[in-house]
Design a protein around this ligand. Sequence first.
Ligand code: PLP
Length: 375
Amino acid sequence: MHYFDNAATTKPDEQALNTFNKVNQNYYFNTASIHSAGRDSEKLLEASRKQVLDIFGLPNHHCVFTSGATESNNIAIQSTLNRKKRFGSTILISQLEHPSVINVVDHYRSEGFNVKFIKTTEQGRVDVDHLRKLMDEDVIFVTVMAVNNIVGAVQPIQEIAEILKGFPKAHFHVDATQAVGKVEINYENVDTLSISGHKFHGVKGSGALITRELKTMPPIFFGGGHEYNLRSGTVNLPAVAAMAKALRLSHENTDNISGKIEEYNQSIRNALAEHRSIVIQPGDVPHILNLSYVGAKGEVAVNALSEKGIMVSTTSACASKLATLNETLTAMGQSVDVINGSIRISMSKDTEEKDVDMLIKGLKEVYEEIGDVLI
Ligand code: PLP
């Protein structure tokens, strides 16, 4: 099997799995228990928390462990808006967000909030000048992801944070799910940040919400008060420790891995350059490459590649069952034929040259197989 769907999920790292197993065997205690075994487990939890914050260079922020980015995004948006609604009613959102952000914001729109979309450039980046124009004293929440999951565009997070300094009522949330291990970003002036362990070789069911403030975040669901009362429920310590380990490994290897993947990305682009019915999108991180068989259906190409043992995805795995056109590509001004024919190839540290050779061969074969429908 040649796996090119790493933006949907990655293979857990062996060292992270070892950590998971060891913690499961030796620290299976409840971190909230006051006996010594519970306290030892709590120490490990706090060490993991510190490690995550140090890696992000945010030692004075707080780290709330969650089940993944969907939960982190929900807590950040719902908790903040529930508290801030008395200060204003406008939410600014990029057109590029994941459903775990868009659908929450959409819920608040139905409750009467004023939702405004920030325009996108042809490169798939947030249009900062448009954001500047949309800012006013009624804006209480701005949400922009760090790296887009469809084309891999890196968003101007620091520039946006600078603008928002002039609007202290506006909370800045960043979904950094696709950025970890791909690109280093300074999140110092971000209010809340979501990450997900399984996107960087941790285990599924692990994630974190990193927040500058705790006192301004009321819980959105209730229970025993774990994780600063923001995420009640017995903490999944093995998954947390495995995520912290995977995060450290990803962080240490970001440059090396990106260099290797940059070469693979370029080989794929070069190999397909002469195929005039294939459109390849620009993208900032090399790990994500979005290409379209113009005139065909992306789903047909995904299935044809799958039969050859090559796993890619249509738009994003989370959204692929929704019958809507892809929002990111639409926002970038792409035609319906390009959008319908698009597939996403996503690589990770586990991608090898032989996989890329097979992918290129497969992509060319599919081009021949579906050639009669191509424009
Ligand atoms: N945000 C982005 C940008 C994603 O790509 C994804 C998953 O595809 C998520 C959030 C959801 O992550 P999780 O599976 O951890 O809930």
